[in-house]
Design a protein around this ligand. Structure first.
Ligand code: HT7
Ligand code: ZN
Length: 873
């Protein structure tokens, strides 16, 4: 496998203006006829005159230019596609190929999922459907005719608007779809199946009626209400917040059960992993409801950020993904609780992106090279990309940012563009120079900030000296300083915000938050007019994807936790404090926990005024994985022990308060996915969790009762987890009962698999291995793989990283099994081992050996090869 470099980008030599496709659909053998209107690209430098089309795993049956079949000397079929020699400047190309959906286990191109046929073309799957210029800067209009057996496939869908429907001989039927908006091939989709739709409609701001349809297998029709509500909310929000209206007469969502990622934004026909569509209170948790709302919004928002304006090449992936994640985060913040949303997003960034940024797979938001683009749908491109957009939005402020996005939509509608084009719109609309800011797209790695404070009581001057340093990443040994916005507040002794008067300010400023712009590697900011040394509240709201090396005392952290007007920083102070306690317990499991910690914890718990969801976040300790990231060498067992000790001591020490909170917040029937209810459930289950860690008999009885009585899956799962982790008969009985009740619902069975895979019990790996033999498990279904194998390797640090290396061997075996079946999923799983250098010598050797074993295997996919070779590189 070889690397592709951004610096080698050239415009395509040919363009395709219009595509006419006809599919004769059959799972075993589908025929695809394509008519392409091609012309030379006037903007490209002339090459050798040949036309090179992408194509993989296609059996070519016919090829003609302008209606004349070609002779074998006029073209060449090879591994990567088809080359036509000496073609005219403008011509029509006709091809007919045969493909085999039922054999397609990679789930890229046209494949079979259960009884239906569906497609996934991003990033480079269209070339498995027909010969084409399968690159995003080739945009065409599509007309698609679908023919299939009417009984087996009564529903036939594709992009755009339906224009023809009729029956054919032999029990077959035909549907034709036309998409008037030029699009790249990765946005093509088709669906054929025996599906039913939940229907609704939406009136756009300009008064057009749009038909909305969510297609599912008939038995799932009762699980679509939340998805439909989410879709309508997202459509309205995009009109109000970004001025974006939907553009076709119909918008469709289809839920499929075999899917490599979360969902796909194909024009007018979004295809979803069913996990992100189907929900009923008794089958889905609050986390699931939340995920559905944001993924539905995300895919819908792509209609403008991705589809109407797309990427010039795959290095620009964050142009659409970073911006669209920013948009879905803002949507969720607006329709839910902004503070809680921000905490969740930063938790996610710290759990996935920061580790990625300091490991062997670190890459810039706009990568310079890749071997397999499927490996670059990463936390850096998505989550850090969103932070980079957020920083620009905050630097410009709401009015100028809206002016800049309006300009972007107007200037680039119908084009395939770059992240640089995006930043230029920010500059042109605001008049700001963002040259240095562009480094956020170009340099990998997380800047580390250290801050020194100095207070001069005589002059009332208080200064913050800030340094930034970004460690080297693969291929980038030296870094330039970033342009970093730093939002700060200063708290007085009474806990109130002080006015933030910077030296040299001509007008007095109000108390609150002020954004300092760090552009040098070292810079000082001096505030004046202070009567006493304030307590600084740094990086309010997490204004930039950086790591702060804080030197705040425990007293200051407790003070911030109690008083900071910024909810995010109250949470962050609590996290830092708990992190310190946990790391002290890693060193010495018998270490005393300070009295004031329990007092602060109890005070927060009993504060009747506070937002319960926020409180649950504040009182949730950093995860075992995150604690490992804070250590020079991850102490797997010490961290697990420390986590248990802290939980137990809180559970014992604050028993009464926790029981009171549990009882006061129990019983939120009937279920509603409303912020207050979600917060109440989160808080009571957190309280129950602490009590269970202490082995409290009353708590375990409450968990049992909750498991039996609850009608909503959030409470059932919280109780089931506690029973399983506690072990014994009760855990086994609960698991059996749960499976008996839900064996017909694969997405609920996934929860049953995950709760077992993530249990810290000592026999978990044996159980996972046994569950791989369960009738409901299949390596061919990515949801099953993620729920069992992915959960074990990524969310069970203490068992996956067991010092005997059996977890590593287990993962490597699965990667090798999946490599020929589904390389995308195989490569993703392997990422659980790439940060092997962070562990002790014994574990390092074991992981390295397993990665080397994978690299030695024959017929390694480009996906797995890239991850494994970079991991050892
Ligand atoms: N744009 C999509 C990314 C994607 C994908 C989705 C499903 C299966 C395979 C895929 N490869 C890439 C999803 C999104 O970010 O919206
Ligand atoms: Zn996306």
């Amino acid at each position: 496998p070889h690397a592709i470099h951004l610096k080698d980008y050239r415009p395509p030599e040919f363009l395709i203006d219009a595509v006419d496709l006809r599919f004769d659909l059959d799972p075993e053998r589908t025929t695809v006829e394509a008519k392409l209107a091609l012309r030379r690209n006037p903007a490209a430098t002339r090459g050798d005159g040949d036309l090179r089309l992408h194509g993989e795993q296609l059996d070519l049956e016919r090829i003609a230019v302008n209606g004349h079949p070609l002779t074998p000397s006029e073209y060449e079929v090879h591994q990567e596609g088809l080359t036509l020699h000496r073609v005219p400047d403008q011509f029509g190309l006709e091809t007919r190929v045969r493909i085999h959906p039922s054999l397609n286990t990679a789930l890229e191109g046209l494949y079979q999922s259960g009884e239906m046929l569906c497609t996934q073309c991003e990033a480079e799957g269209f070339r498995r459907i027909t010969y084409f210029l399968d690159r995003p800067d080739v945009m065409a209009t599509y007309s698609t005719t679908l023919v299939a057996d009417k009984r087996r496939f009564p529903v036939l869908l594709s992009n755009g608007n339906p224009v023809e429907s009729r029956d054919l001989d032999g029990g077959r039927h035909l549907m034709r779809w036309e998409d008037p908006f030029p699009k790249p091939s990765y946005l093509f989709a088709l669906i054929a199946g025996d599906l039913k739709a939940v229907e609704d409609s939406f009136s756009t701001a300009s008064g057009r009626e749009v038909a909305l349809k969510i297609y599912v297998e008939p038995h799932n029709l009762d699980k679509c209400d939340h998805a439909m509500r989410s879709l309508k909310k997202a459509m309205r929000w995009d009109e109000e917040r970004f001025g974006r209206e939907y553009d076709l007469d119909i918008f469709m969502i289809v839920a499929v059960s075999h899917f490599n990622m979360g969902a796909m934004e194909n024009k007018g026909l979004n295809v979803f992993n069913d996990k992100f569509v189907l929900a009923r209170p008794d089958t889905a948790t609050d986390v699931d409801f939340d995920g559905i709302e944001s993924v539905i919004a995300h895919e819908y928002f792509h209609n403008w950020t991705g589809n109407r304006i797309t990427c010039r090449d795959w290095f620009q992936l964050s142009l659409k993904e970073g911006f669209t994640v920013y948009r879905d985060q803002e949507f969720s913040a607006d329709v839910g609780s902004r503070g809680v949303k921000r905490i969740g997003d930063v938790r996610l960034l710290r759990a996935h992106q920061l580790p990625e940024d300091e490991g062997p797979l670190a890459h810039p938001v706009r990568p310079d090279s890749y071997i397999e683009i499927n490996n670059f749908y990463t936390a850096t491109v998505y989550q850090k990309g969103a932070e980079v957009v957020r920083m620009q939005a905050n630097l410009l402020g709401p009015e100028l940012f809206r002016k800049a996005t309006d300009l972007y939509f107007e200037r680039h509608d119908g084009q395939a563009v770059t992240t640089d084009d995006f930043v230029r719109c920010m500059e042109d609309a605001s008049g700001r120079d963002l040259e240095q800011f562009r480094l956020w797209y170009q340099q990998a790695g997380t800047p580390e900030l250290s801050v020194q404070e100095a207070f001069d009581a005589d002059s009332g001057r208080y200064s913050l000296s800030v340094r930034q340093h970004t460690p080297p990443t693969p291929g980038q040994p030296l870094k330039e300083p970033f342009h970093i916005p730093i939002a700060v507040g200063l708290l007085g002794q009474d806990g109130e915000d002080l006015p933030l008067q910077l030296e040299g300010d001509t007008t007095p400023s109000a108390p609150g938050t002020r954004v300092l712009e760090l552009t040098n590697s070292e810079q000082s900011f001096t505030f004046v007019g202070l009567e006493a040394k304030p307590v600084p509240s740094l990086l309010r709201g997490f204004p930039a994807p950086v790591k702060l090396k804080t030197e705040a005392s425990d007293d200051d952290l407790l003070f911030l936790m109690a008083h900071d007007s910024d909810g995010f920083n109250r949470w962050d102070a609590a996290q830092t404090l708990m992190q310190r306690l946990l790391l002290a317990l890693v060193d010495d499991a018998e270490a005393e926990l300070p009295e004031r910690f329990f007092a602060a914890f109890e005070q927060a718990l009993m504060d009747a005024q506070s937002d319960k969801a926020l409180l649950a976040e504040v009182l949730t300790p950093p995860s075992e994985g995150y604690l490992g990231d804070q250590m020079a060498v991850v102490d797997v067992d010490g961290i697990h022990r420390a986590h248990s000790v802290l939980g137990r001591r809180v559970g014992e020490r604050l028993r009464d308060a926790l029981l009171e909170v549990y009882r006061a917040n129990d019983g939120s029937e009937p279920y509603a996915f409303m912020p207050d209810d979600v917060g109440r459930r989160a808080l009571k289950n957190l309280a129950l969790g602490y009590l269970a860690k202490a082995g409290d008999a009353e708590a375990l009885a409450a968990a049992q009762a909750q498991f039996e009585a609850a009608r909503n899956m959030t409470d059932v799962m919280a109780a089931l987890r506690l029973l399983v982790d506690h072990g014994g008969e009760a855990g086994t009985r609960a698991l059996d009962h749960f499976y008996g009740r839900w064996s017909g619902e694969p997405l609920v069975v996934d929860k049953w698999l995950s709760v077992q895979a993530t249990s810290p019990r000592e026999d978990t790996l044996e159980r996972v291995i046994a569950l791989m033999g369960h009738a409901d498990f299949s390596l061919r279904n990515p949801n099953r793989v993620r729920s069992l194998i992915g959960a074990f390797c990524n969310a069970n640090q203490v068992r996956f990283h067991a010092s005997d290396g059996r977890g590593y061997r287990f993962l490597a075996d699965r990667v090798l099994e999946l490599n020929p079946l589904n390389p995308q999923i195989a490569a993703r799983l392997l990422k659980a081992m790439v940060r092997w250098r962070r562990f002790d010598a014994g574990r390092q050797a074991l992981m390295r050996a397993e990665i080397a074993r994978i690299l030695d295997a024959e017929a390694l996919s480009a996906d797995v090869y890239e991850v494994a070779s970079k991991a050892l590189g």
